[in-house]
Design a protein. Structure first.
Length: 170
């Protein structure tokens, strides 16, 4: 399934994010994708780090095998990071926000859903994942329900899309 993003908005409406085919008040849910800016910062930093390692490794190599091994390893890692960067930009995780439910669709197609029947009041939480990595979660007030959103969603866009669909934030 290919998403189409629309950047037009109704006159005077504060929500100015990418929207799904249904748009605001339309048939389908409002789509909020992972922040392309945050994805590009992350992968750009990793790509730059391995490019610098490649240059420094070639310059500092003392042996012929070192002069061969360092570029091969760094080029393979650069290829992996750049292809992952392109893949994540083309297929971002997304939130599908409707009046009755919020769905989180991961890159691999798996999804999780919270329903308005569980509650109407939302709030953001920070969750510790595997030690020191802190991820963003969307929780429903008064329940143990937390939808893990990872690191790359804009809180502002998520909040605006949810408010536009009638959800409340505390």
């Amino acid at each position: 399934m290919r998403l189409m993003y629309v950047t037009l908005r109704p006159a005077g409406h504060p929500y100015d994010s990418r929207m799904g085919a249904g748009g605001l008040g339309g048939v389908g849910p409002t789509i909020v994708a992972e922040s392309r800016w945050q994805l590009s910062i992350l992968f750009g930093f990793l790509t730059l780090a391995f490019a610098v390692a490649l240059v420094r490794g070639v310059i500092g190599a003392q042996t012929t095998s070192g002069r061969v091994a360092v570029p091969v390893l760094c080029v393979v890692l650069l290829t992996v990071f750049i292809s992952a960067w392109i893949r994540t930009l083309r297929h971002p995780a997304r939130l599908e926000i409707a009046e009755d439910a919020i769905g989180y669709v991961r890159r691999n197609g798996q999804s999780a859903t919270v329903s308005r029947h569980q509650g109407n009041d939302l709030y953001f939480v920070r969750r510790n994942r595997s030690g020191r990595i802190r991820t963003l979660g969307l929780a429903i007030m008064g329940t143990d329900t937390v939808m893990d959103l990872g690191l790359l969603f804009s809180r502002k866009e998520v909040r605006q899309a949810c408010l536009a669909r009638g959800w409340r934030f505390r």
